[in-house]
Write a protein that binds this ligand. Structure first.
Ligand SMILES: [Mn+2]
Length: 267
C-alpha cells in the first residue's frame, strides 16, 4: 500500500452545473473567491460526465482544464476521468444523425445523445481543443488504493486486465470510426448497477473481481445517482454512500435531480 500524504478529493457527474461545481470547490477551500485554484498541493479527481443534463457543460470542461493548469503550477493536481456522456457527445459530433446499423434509434448517435440529456449548446460549442482533451482522458485510475471509475460496471474489464491496458484500449476506441465499435463502447460505458446487492467479499463477486484485477482496496464510482438509483431523497443527499461491505463508494449526489455535487475527501 502506497499512500501519498497530500489530500485527495473526488467529485463526479457535474453535468453542466458550473456554479454548483464552483461552490463546492470554494467550500472545500480548493478555489478562492474568484474561482482560482487555492488548494496548494491537494489532488482532485473528477469521475466523468462534465457535459449534458445541465446548462454549461463546455464551461465545466474549461473550468477543469484551467484548474488543472493552475494546480500544476503549485504542485497540486486536478485530473479527470472519461464519462459516458463525453463519449455520447463525441459520438453525436462525429456521426451526427446518420442511422446506426443495429441500433433502432431515430436520429442515430445524435438522437440518442439528445434523448439522454444532450444539450445543443454543448455540441455547438464543442471545439477541437475540447475534443482533444476528451480523447486524452483515462477511463479509470488507481490513486492511493482507491480504484476510481465513472460507471458502476465490470465492463471496463472488456477493455483489458490492467489500468494501463484498459486506458490504452479506451483511447484507441475513441479514435475509431466504426459505428459498431462506438455502439458497444457507449453500452459498456453506460452500464450500471453491477455492485449493488453485493455483500462481503467472495473471490468471484463483482467488486472482488474489479479490485483483484485492477488493484485497489476501495472502488469509487459516479454515474448512478444516489437520488434515482440508491433511493436517497434529494434533500437527504449529504454524503457519499458506502456499500458492498464498505468496499464501494457511490459519489454521484444527483445534482440534476435536485441533489448535489458531493465533493469528498478520500485521503
Ligand atoms: Mn454517467
Amino acid at each position: 500500500m502506497s499512500t501519498s500524504h497530500t489530500p485527495l478529493y473526488v467529485a463526479a457527474d457535474v453535468h453542466g452545473h458550473r456554479s454548483e461545481f464552483q461552490e463546492v470547490l470554494r467550500d472545500a477551500g480548493l478555489v478562492d473567491g474568484r474561482g482560482r485554484w487555492s488548494g496548494g498541493s491537494a489532488r482532485l479527481w473528477l469521475l466523468g460526465d462534465y457535459v449534458d443534463r445541465g446548462p454549461d457543460g463546455i464551461g465545466v470542461i474549461e473550468d477543469v482544464r484551467r484548474l488543472a493548469a493552475e494546480a500544476a503550477v503549485v504542485g497540486g493536481e486536478v485530473a479527470a476521468l472519461l464519462g459516458n456522456h463525453e463519449v455520447q457527445l463525441l459520438a453525436a459530433h462525429r456521426f451526427g444523425n446518420a442511422s446506426v446499423p443495429g441500433w433502432d434509434e431515430p436520429g442515430g448517435f445524435r438522437g440518442g445523445w439528445a434523448r439522454f440529456g444532450g444539450r445543443e449548446e454543448d455540441l455547438r460549442r464543442l471545439a477541437p481543443e475540447h475534443i482533444a482533451w476528451i480523447t486524452g482522458l483515462p477511463a479509470i485510475a488507481l490513486v492511493d488504493d482507491h480504484l476510481l471509475v465513472h460507471s458502476d460496471t465490470v465492463r471496463y474489464l472488456e477493455f483489458g486486465a490492467t489500468v494501463a491496458d484498459v486506458n490504452a484500449a479506451v483511447s484507441a476506441t475513441l479514435n475509431s470510426t466504426d459505428t459498431d465499435v462506438w455502439l458497444e463502447f457507449c453500452e459498456r460505458m453506460s452500464d450500471r448497477g453491477a455492485f449493488r446487492g453485493t455483500g462481503s467479499a467472495r473471490a468471484d463477486d463483482p467488486v472482488s473481481v474489479m479490485l483483484g484485477t485492477l488493484g485497489g482496496e476501495v472502488l469509487v464510482h459516479g454515474h448512478s445517482t444516489l437520488t434515482k438509483y440508491f433511493g436517497v431523497a434529494p434533500e437527504d443527499v449529504r454524503d457519499v454512500l458506502r456499500y458492498a461491505d464498505d468496499r464501494v463508494m457511490a459519489i454521484d449526489g444527483g445534482v440534476y435531480e435536485g441533489g448535489r455535487i458531493l465533493l469528498t475527501r478520500l485521503v
